[in-house]
Design a protein around this ligand. Structure first.
Ligand SMILES: [Fe+2]
Length: 244
């Protein structure tokens, strides 16, 4: 393992250094995505854990030399980072969400009478799909293009109406809304645990929802704790002080 971790490291940085640590934090329900700026010790204390025990768990669970896909993304070049994030967007919006939407419909049709909570679950899932779809579209069409231009040295692309910091703050608020919907879905589905009478489709739906939750947590972590701070740095360092 390249870097030694400490309990006073920011939790977002801990996951950047050792991406596999996210799996340990996910199981324990420790937030590393929306509040990556607080220390590991604080985040663990909020979830009712001792940070030293969590660090030991991370070192036991994560291999000495993690696979290539689990290397520190914060060290990637900006273009690679943007490509990586865009691929994730395509995965959610064009792949996972439409498939899951059909599956949810089937499960509600089959089990809605015996499990009325599924009606609310479908409603929350529809809201999540809409929120995420609009959010991702906005990011790709505005922010990603702008960052890409600045990263390649084209500073003429600066928007006049809003400072990048304000735009990023709005996007982080939208991330928090997405997490709030996901949390409600998790609670309503009993932590994605299938009831005894669930059919194969019902079980598959819950499994896919749990996978989606993990993907979204990682995506929000990578934007809030890697892409956005770097984007702000690039844009602000390219703007002459009298225009900033
Ligand atoms: Fe986002």
């Amino acid at each position: 393992m390249e870097d030694k971790l400490h309990s006073n490291d920011r939790i977002g940085v801990v996951v950047n250094k050792i991406p596999g640590s996210a799996n340990v934090l996910e199981v324990l329900g420790v937030d590393y995505y929306c509040h990556g700026n607080i220390s590991l010790a604080e985040a663990c204390a909020e979830a009712g854990y001792d940070a030293d025990g969590i660090l030991e768990g991370i070192y036991n669970a994560v291999p000495e030399r993690p696979p290539r896909c689990e290397r520190d993304l914060s060290k990637a070049g900006m273009n690679r980072l943007l490509d990586h994030m865009t691929e994730q967007h395509y995965d959610f919006v064009f792949d996972v969400m439409p498939q899951l939407t059909q599956l949810v419909k089937r499960v509600v049709h089959r089990h809605g009478k015996s499990h009325p909570e599924l009606i609310e679950l479908e409603h929350l899932f529809d809201l999540l799909r809409e929120e995420l779809g609009l959010h991702v579209l906005k990011e790709e069409n505005l922010l990603y293009k702008l960052i890409g231009q600045f990263a390649s040295g084209d500073t003429s692309a600066r928007p006049d109406d809003e400072l990048p910091e304000k735009q990023l703050h709005f996007l982080e608020e939208e991330h928090a809304n997405v997490i709030s919907l996901l949390d409600k879905i998790r609670t309503l589905s009993n932590g994605f645990v299938a009831p005894e009478d669930a059919c194969t489709a019902y079980r598959s739906m819950l499994k896919k929802m749990k996978q989606l939750e993990l993907k979204i947590h990682r995506y929000i972590h990578e934007e809030n704790n890697i892409l956005f701070p770097r984007a702000l740095q690039i844009v602000e360092s390219s703007i002459p002080p009298h225009l900033n």
